[in-house]
Ligand binder design. Structure first.
Ligand code: NAP
Length: 293
């Protein structure tokens, strides 16, 4: 039975949510670390951190890695840094997990996929990243699974939370300030709140029988960023004009797939698909946090 959980990247969006969910539990010991305590690009530091903090023998440990370089556009110019954190960093963590016999739940992204999809993408589909970020995350998945056989990869999409930098918070701010926004309508995604993802990560990490491999872990269904924006301003009752633009006109430095909605087939098979439709999850989120956005 898992008794200890180490959260890496604990100050990010997902890491913060995981800490909130795990702190009240008295059946699990929580160790939370961000780059100050454990820089995942430094293999020796990661090994020392695990030697000091991972439970041995009786105290079985699971690690949930949320640490990442997540600035998708910046990664185009900072390839080495993105690779060091998202690829080599994931490999370092997995090697340290193997050394202490810990399970690893590693978080990845829909951006490992490229163009050519038009229905929800299953885990068995072939990745084909279009960006440096996507390539670095795919390399991280591979290294994590190579270095530690007890690794589960959760691919998610468009994460949002009440804290940190994310689309929902940015749109709420811009829409109130500017009253009119152009938003990309030709990229279809599955924007996912951190709360159900954190629940699934913990359930997988603590499952009586660990089932590794790749899992898709996003909301059900998909929407364009423009549709998502309209839903945000409607739910927040912000009076703003939302007009469509294309990804080409928007001209972001990193290429993104035109359709990257994921199908949580494997989570359904193991009875752990805890996600609602994208619009229901957004409504729940705004109902709970709308006043703070
Ligand atoms: N955000 C999304 O829309 C999205 C979509 C799909 C998948 N994902 C994946 O989901 C996971 C969680 O994302 P998130 O949005 O919670 O990320 P986040 O908010 O950017 O948090 C990442 C955390 O990792 C830390 N970090 C950066 N470099 C590190 C290093 N060398 N060693 C240790 N920690 C380091 C960051 O610290 P600093 O802030 O100081 O750099 C930050 O606290 C990531 O694997 C990401 O790739 C995210």
């Amino acid at each position: 039975m898992i008794e200890k959980i180490i959260i890496l990247g604990s100050k990010g969006q997902l890491g913060t949510e995981l800490c909130h969910q795990l702190e009240p539990r008295d059946d699990l010991r929580l160790v939370a670390a961000d780059v100050e305590e454990c820089d995942i690009t430094d293999g020796e530091q990661v090994r020392r951190f695990f030697a000091d903090h991972a439970g041995r023998g009786e105290e079985a440990t699971a690690v949930i890695n949320c640490a990442a370089f997540t600035a998708v556009d910046d990664a185009e110019e900072k390839r080495d840094l993105a690779m060091a954190i998202n690829a080599a960093g994931a490999g370092n963590i997995a090697a340290a997990c193997r050394d202490v016999g810990a399970r690893l739940v590693h978080i990845s992204t829909d951006f490992v996929f490229g163009d050519g999809h038009n229905s929800p993408i299953k885990e068995s589909a072939r990745p084909d990243p279009l960006s440096v970020y996507g390539a670095s995350k795919l390399a991280g998945e591979e290294l994590a699974m190579q270095n530690n056989p007890a690794t589960a990869v959760l691919r998610t999409s468009g994460l949002y939370s009440p804290w940190g930098k994310n689309f929902v918070r940015s749109i709420a701010g811009y829409a109130r300030k500017k009253g009119a926004l152009s938003v990309v309508h030709d990229q279809i995604v599955g924007p996912t709140p951190v709360a159900p993802l954190a629940e699934v990560a913990v359930e997988l990490a603590t499952a009586p029988v660990f089932m590794g491999g790749v899992y898709h872990a996003t909301v059900e269904g998909g929407c364009s960023w423009r549709e998502f924006t309209q839903a945000i301003v409607d739910l927040l009752q912000i009076d703003a004009q939302i007009s469509p633009t294309t990804a080409r006109q928007w001209g972001a430095p990193a290429k993104r797939p035109s359709y990257s909605v994921l199908d949580n087939e494997r989570l359904r098979l193991v009875g752990l698909d805890r996600f609602r439709r994208w619009d229901e999850e957004l409504e729940l989120f705004i109902g709970r946090y709308g006043d703070t956005l």
